[in-house]
Design a protein around this ligand. Structure first.
Ligand SMILES: [Zn+2]
Length: 223
């Protein structure tokens, strides 16, 4: 895989050089007068050569795009957008910007795949029951994992509580040890109910219910 990436950079370079020749082809051979030469203000572009260069560099750029994709999944999250931008603009630039990607990132070996797993202590303090998927509809209705208590220094899992949400009705459904594996994905194991989260949810829900009753009946709870 590494060899292929280095090869892709060479292909991009070759494609880019062909493109340059396509933009500024060599002038025709000098006239056969003794000491003769040709002056051209702006040599014509060589379209077939340009297309050839673009196709060659696109092959290299595609391999670098795959490399960038693998790299992005292994923790280059802060520079992921720059990396992707450089590689994709490699197509219209005849491989120039994908070469920049190679120069800054592509030549480096890929970092090892991150392993997400619970440590023995967290595993012992939880069951294999997962929190499943969560979703919210405009943060008004749905299920959500809240909080981030008791972070484990070994496996970096935190305690989160799954809530059923409907506006300000937050009904706690259970607490889990959760490890985030990306911005949207996580692995989880059920653990005993985490009291502060439960209380937060129940207090908010109780307050909402009382307020709703007040609004419906038109009475204040305290006179
Ligand atoms: Zn742990």
């Amino acid at each position: 895989m590494r060899i292929l990436t280095h090869l892709a950079a060479l292909i991009c370079l070759a494609g880019f050089i062909v493109c340059i020749f396509g933009l500024n082809p060599l002038p025709p051979p000098p006239v056969s007068l003794k000491g003769g030469g040709v002056y051209q203000d702006r040599p014509e572009e060589n379209i077939p050569l340009l297309i050839e260069g673009a196709v060659i560099s696109a092959v290299g750029t595609t391999i670098l795009l795959i490399d960038c994709w693998h790299r992005r999944k292994r923790g280059y999250t802060s520079s992921a957008m720059t990396m992707l931008f450089l590689v994709i603009t490699g197509y219209p630039s005849g491989g120039l910007t994908s070469l920049l990607y190679y120069l800054f990132w592509g030549w480096r070996p890929l970092p090892p795949q991150a392993v997400y797993d619970f440590c023995p202590a967290c595993e012992a303090a939880s069951t294999s029951e997962s929190a499943g998927n969560t979703f919210t509809f405009n943060f008004i209705y749905g299920t959500k994992l809240i909080g981030g208590a008791k972070a484990c220094p070994i496996c970096r899992s935190v305690i989160q509580t799954k809530l059923f949400m409907f506006a300000f009705l937050w009904i706690p459904l259970g607490s889990y040890r959760v490890i985030r594996t990306s911005g949207y994905t996580y692995i989880s194991r059920r653990t005993s109910a985490y009291l502060p989260h439960m209380l937060l949810g129940l207090t908010l829900t109780a307050t909402t219910v009382v307020l709703m009753i007040c609004v419906i009946t038109g009475r204040l709870p305290v006179r």
